[in-house]
Design a protein around this ligand. Structure first.
Ligand SMILES: [Zn+2]
Length: 176
């Protein structure tokens, strides 16, 4: 019997979640959506994923209810991809993965820092604000560049992400 490419016989909730976010590039697409990336061309520029793979990942995330596809221009037709409530609920997953990477795969300088926008305090290890002693929703997080970030990235999205910015605010790499 051939091996399946999914975990059809697994009832484990981790296995079921990995059915949606476990493929290569998928969580990076979700990460960029938190950074404010919404357009196919911008995901493409920032991630450097193969075109067909990126298109398949975006479609799969729409099918899974993680991203919502919205038409923002009719002629020529252009869509953007926006995190749904189900997608926003992935923030603690991304946060924990990043924290694990920093702790267990050391040797790189921090790429980005995340602060509570209301008070400016850098978030604690669990993504909470140590000053306010409260969890911080993604929309209330300000992302600031770290010393490990390439100060002169080749792609316009990477350049736009050099400036401090709130998560989820739509990114417009052609704007100011
Ligand atoms: Zn705070």
């Amino acid at each position: 019997m051939a091996l399946g490419k999914d975990y059809a016989h697994q009832q484990c909730s981790i296995a079921r979640a990995l059915e949606i976010v476990g493929e290569r590039w998928t969580l990076l697409v979700v990460r960029d959506a938190f950074y404010g990336v919404r357009r196919y061309s911008d995901f493409l520029a920032h991630l450097g994923a193969p075109r067909a793979v990126l298109a398949a990942r975006l479609q799969a995330l729409v099918d899974a209810g993680v991203l919502d596809r919205r038409r923002y221009r009719e002629s020529p037709p252009r869509d953007e991809y926006v995190l749904t409530a189900r997608g926003l609920a992935l923030w603690p997953v991304l946060w924990a993965l990043g924290a694990w990477g920093r702790a267990e795969l050391p040797g790189t300088l921090p790429m980005r820092h995340f602060h509570h926008a209301d008070c400016g305090t850098e978030l604690g290890p669990l993504g909470e604000c140590p000053a306010c002693r409260a969890p911080v929703a993604p929309a209330d997080i300000e992302m600031r560049p770290g010393t490990g970030l390439d100060p002169d990235p080749a792609d316009p999205v990477g350049r736009a992400l050099l400036a401090p910015r709130r998560l989820l605010v739509p990114l417009d790499p052609t704007g100011a």
